[in-house]
Design a protein around this ligand. Structure first.
Ligand code: MN3
Length: 196
C-alpha cells in the first residue's frame, strides 16, 4: 500500500479563528504532504507492504528511523484531522462522557490533565486520550511516536509540534490546547474509536 494525503474532513477555513486556513495550508498541505511523499519513497525502498495503515504503523515501528517517522506522522496527522470538528469543543457527549467522569472524576479534571500533558511534552510531539487496560488515560508521545504501538487504543489526539499552533497562537501552547478542548475537539470521533 502507499500513503495518500487525506482530504480534510471540513473546509480549511471552517475552524477559524481557532485554527486558521493559513495553518491548514502549511500543516496539511506542506507538512503532512511531505510525510506522505517521503514515506512513500522509503516504503518503496524498503519493500514493505501492509493491508492497512494501522498494520503499516506496527510493521515500520519494528524498523524505526526515517521510515517509521514518516509513516507514524502520516497516521498521527490523519488521526488529528479527524479529532477536530467545526461543531466540536466543550463537554463530551455519549459514552465517552460517562467514561471521562468515571476515570478522571470530571470533565474539568480531564481538560486540566489533557492540557498539562500537552504542555509537558518537551519539544515536538502529541498528547492523546487513549484507552489502556480498560481505562481512559492521557498519554504524550514524542516526535512521530504513537501509543498505538504500545498496546493502547487511541481515542483523540492533539498535535503539539510548533507548526500546529505557531501561526494562530505563537508560543502560547497552553492556550492552543485549551482552545482545542473548548472549541474543536470531535467527541463523535472519540466515541466511534471507543466503540470500535
Ligand atoms: Mn503536525
Amino acid at each position: 500500500m502507499s500513503l495518500q494525503l487525506p482530504e480534510l474532513p471540513f473546509a480549511k477555513d471552517a475552524l477559524a479563528p481557532h485554527m486558521s486556513a493559513d495553518t491548514f495550508d502549511y500543516h496539511h498541505g506542506k507538512h503532512h504532504n511531505a510525510y506522505v511523499v517521503k514515506g512513500n519513497e522509503l516504503l518503496a525502498e524498503a519493500g514493505i507492504d501492509a493491508s492497512d495503515l494501522v498494520q503499516l504503523v506496527h510493521e515500520t515501528a519494528k524498523i524505526g528511523g526515517a521510515l517509521f517517522n514518516n509513516v507514524g506522522q502520516h497516521y498521527n496527522h490523519s488521526f488529528f484531522w479527524n479529532s477536530l470538528s467545526p461543531a466540536g469543543g466543550g463537554a463530551p457527549t455519549g459514552e465517552i462522557s460517562a467514561r471521562i467522569d468515571a476515570d478522571f472524576g470530571s470533565f474539568d479534571e480531564f481538560k486540566a490533565q489533557f492540557v498539562a500533558g500537552g504542555v509537558g511534552q518537551f519539544g515536538s510531539g502529541w498528547v492523546w486520550l487513549v484507552e489502556r487496560d480498560g481505562k481512559l488515560a492521557i498519554e504524550k508521545s514524542a516526535n512521530a511516536e504513537t501509543p498505538l504501538t504500545t498496546g493502547a487504543k487511541p481515542l483523540l489526539v492533539c498535535d503539539v509540534w510548533e507548526h500546529a499552533y505557531y501561526l494562530d497562537f505563537q508560543n502560547r501552547r497552553p492556550d492552543f490546547l485549551a482552545s482545542f478542548i473548548d472549541n474543536l475537539v470531535n467527541w463523535d470521533f472519540a466515541n466511534a474509536n471507543l466503540a470500535a
